[in-house]
Design a binder for this molecule. Structure first.
Ligand SMILES: [Zn+2]
Length: 396
């Protein structure tokens, strides 16, 4: 009987201890802490027993007063400083958002959205389809000359890099992303293994902590034998990373309000590397971004997913065999971004492509005219910042 009583005492004591620790971790104010610590000590059966043995008997009325007083202090404190308590709570639980607010140096002046300091929540509403009102998505269409590279700051605090231009731009891309305050890239997408898309990726892989890498699987006859491709494969291997296959149906991110899904390639053998391009549809709240890589008409015609989007990164630098009339009509974008080098030898973007974009009323932004272009969205409104810095060759 005595053993049982002692066991019950210790069990109650441990439960009290756990409750105290939970209280310590969750209460932001000192008054809150008091309300947990004092009753926990006074009500702890082991402590009470020891006190009784040593004749320091604690009166019942003292105990009740000591339990009630901190609780009253807490309630009063919470009524007087409700906002402050909230803020402290946010700071303790959302520490990883700190890196985010320190980063962006290029906020658009036309932005009507609220200032982003103390804003970005790190866990974007996994339970709701509406985004948190102040979490921002930022898409940087990097000016890498003739080639593609898009860096995404996702509203859930993660990052994504789609392509990395030619090899000579690698160092510049690395310093651009580091300049935003990041040391890790959560998702790397190599849309297809052409030098103007994967050239700079080796430098990126060697310079950051990397989460996942996606690349399409090409047929054996289409698999490149180029040096840039081999260099990238060995950089990935040396880092102990594996390549995830990029293909239609792959979900890269899905947190409720934010989803990034691949809607191409749908085939496995094209005889043209461009058609293997990973095509991504990003949806954040009510806003959709489509990233085409170098996909052309062949791939466009195979896509069965809904392609309606607010913003499109135009396929294959605006070549005449991409952005088909029926396809772009289905997309009906408000904005179209063309990543292209000034005076390139390919004649990109072509007059035909520009005309098709014009026919659906898309506002066209070209990196050869505006430099790096940054789109920001809260899931409802899009703001555009042009004339951002370009990624120089062999930078920094
Ligand atoms: Zn290309």
């Amino acid at each position: 009987m005595k053993i049982l009583k002692s066991a019950v005492l210790w069990f109650t004591s441990i439960i009290c201890g756990i409750l105290t620790l939970t209280g310590l971790c969750s209460m932001p104010s000192s008054a809150g802490l008091l309300s947990f610590i004092i009753p926990a000590i006074l009500l702890n059966p082991v402590i009470r027993k020891l006190a009784a043995k040593k004749k320091f008997y604690i009166k019942k009325s003292t105990t009740i007063a000591a339990v009630i007083a901190p609780l009253i202090i807490t309630i009063v404190f919470a009524c007087i400083f409700p906002a402050q308590t909230d803020k402290e709570n946010t700071l303790t639980t959302k520490t990883s958002s700190a890196i985010k607010s320190a980063t962006s140096s290029s906020e658009t002046s036309s932005s009507s959205a609220p200032a982003q300091s103390s804003s970005q929540t790190t866990d974007t509403a996994t339970e709701s389809s509406a985004p948190a009102s102040n979490a921002k998505l930022k898409v940087h269409y990097l000016d890498v000359g003739q080639g593609d590279s898009e860096f995404l700051e996702l509203p859930n605090g993660q990052t994504m890099l789609i392509d990395a231009g030619v090899q000579e731009r690698g160092a510049g891309i690395v310093s651009y992303i580091k300049g935003l305050g990041y040391n890790k890239i959560d998702y790397i997408i190599c849309t297809h293994p052409h030098a103007d898309h994967i050239g700079g990726m080796t430098e990126v892989v060697n310079s950051f902590a990397i989460g996942k890498i996606y690349m399409p699987r090409t047929s054996s006859s289409d698999t490149p034998t180029t040096k840039v491709y081999k260099n990238l494969l060995s950089a990935i291997k040396n880092k102990g990373l594996k390549i995830n296959t990029a293909k239609s149906g792959v979900t890269v991110v899905d947190t409720g309000s934010l989803s990034i899904k691949m809607i191409a390639p749908n085939g496995t053998n094209y005889g043209d590397l461009n058609q293997y391009s990973a095509v991504l549809m990003l949806q954040y709240g009510n806003i959709k971004f489509l990233f085409m890589g170098d996909a052309g008409n062949v791939s466009e015609n195979e896509i069965t997913a809904n392609v309606k989007a607010d913003v499109i990164k135009v396929g294959h630098h605006g070549s005449k065999t991409s952005t088909g009339a029926s396809f772009i009509k289905k997309v009906s974008p408000k904005y179209a971004i063309i990543e292209v080098g000034k005076g390139n030898s390919y004649g990109h973007p072509t007059a035909q492509c520009l005309k098709r974009l014009q026919s659906v009323g898309a506002k066209v932004y070209r990196t050869d005219e505006y430099g790096t272009i940054i789109f920001t969205s809260d899931g409802n409104v899009i703001t555009v910042n042009k004339n951002a810095s370009s990624i120089k060759e062999n930078a920094p």
